[in-house]
Write a protein that binds this ligand. Structure first.
Ligand code: SF4
Length: 311
């Protein structure tokens, strides 16, 4: 049981978080159109008819109207319950069901019906599975390839707890883009990604870049960070340098938006000019393509990011 003092502290902290969130009103550059088109409804039906999940819905992405109206979506495989408890994320946490063996085929079928020439696949963390979901990723890549041989595939994977063998299973399935998000600066890991480790995430990028150099010259390595969680500009620039040192090809930088009431609060809204500054830092440090803006997400305009990162 909490002591009265601790309970008061928790209450005070909760009140502070809410009042801060109320004080930080969303600036105009974060306003999005909520219009839906025929395409939007088609994507919605495909997703539900094939029992699929998308990170667009689960993460309450602000770009869902734009992306779905253009018939692009990011599939989230391995269920909709995550084994980790990151403070920025709105995906349900808990004990997930076993993976659906039909999901790779269903994902491929939905991708075919959407007429995708670029598919983005991500997942929840599955620390409960012996292979942490690596095999399921590979089967999903294979299933899409066999239906859509010309479709480019981007996977946004978990860190597999640093297990190189599991990372190798996904790399050997030969996606065009291997993405893994660093998400935030090292100093905020304990608060934002308590189960993950900054150096382990950088190691995923390093391994992917090495794999590209040794086996797959077409492969691109990609990562993303959120801003507005309380980091300093110096910490962001240091993070960009660390990412560049891994040989990563593509970096996305976007505004963190608190997705639900008990998620971490937004500490700051960055201006478009500040995003430009961060993009320039990435390019100056040798990252081939950097997308930086308030509504940028790792899967936002992913096909363009891939095209623009060619050497
Ligand atoms: S940016 Fe990505 S997650 Fe958001 S709606 Fe678009 S495809 Fe979905």
């Amino acid at each position: 049981m909490y002591s009265t003092g601790l309970r008061l502290f928790r209450l005070t902290r909760g009140w502070f978080a809410v009042s801060r969130r109320e004080r930080l009103r969303r600036p105009d550059w974060l306003k999005v159109s909520l219009k839906t088109s025929q395409n939007f409804h088609e994507v919605n039906s495909l997703v539900s008819n094939h029992s699929l999940h998308t990170v667009c819905q689960e993460a309450r992405c602000p770009n869902i109207y734009e992306c779905w109206n253009q018939k692009t979506a990011t599939f989230m495989i391995l269920g909709d319950v995550c084994t980790r408890h990151c403070g920025f994320c709105s995906v349900r946490k808990g004990k997930p069901d076993p993976p659906d063996p039909d999901e790779p085929a269903n994902t491929a079928r939905a991708a075919e019906k959407m007429g995708l020439d670029y598919a983005v696949i991500t997942s929840v963390d599955r620390d409960d599975l012996p292979d942490e979901g690596a095999g399921h990723f590979a089967r999903t890549i294979d299933a899409i390839r066999s239906r859509l041989p010309d479709c480019k595939i981007e996977v946004l994977i978990p860190d597999f707890n640093g297990n190189q063998e599991l990372l190798g299973i996904v790399l050997d399935a030969r996606p065009e883009v291997l993405g893994h998000n660093v998400e935030t600066v090292e100093a905020l890991y304990r608060r934002v990604r308590p189960v993950a480790s900054y150096s382990q995430s950088l190691a995923v990028l390093e391994t992917s870049s090495r794999y590209r150099n040794e086996h797959a010259p077409e492969l691109r390595t990609k990562t993303g960070i959120m801003v507005g969680l309380g980091e300093t500009t110096d910490q962001l620039v240091a993070t960009i340098k660390d990412i560049a040192a891994t040989g990563c090809d593509i970096l996305t930088i976007g505004q963190y938006l608190s997705p639900k009431r008990n998620a971490l609060p937004v500490e700051k809204f960055y201006t478009p000019e500040e995003f430009d500054y961060l993009r320039d830092q990435a390019l100056d440090n040798g990252i081939k393509h950097a997308e930086s803006g308030p509504l940028v997400r790792s899967s936002y305009h992913a096909h363009n990011q891939f095209e623009n990162s060619g050497s």
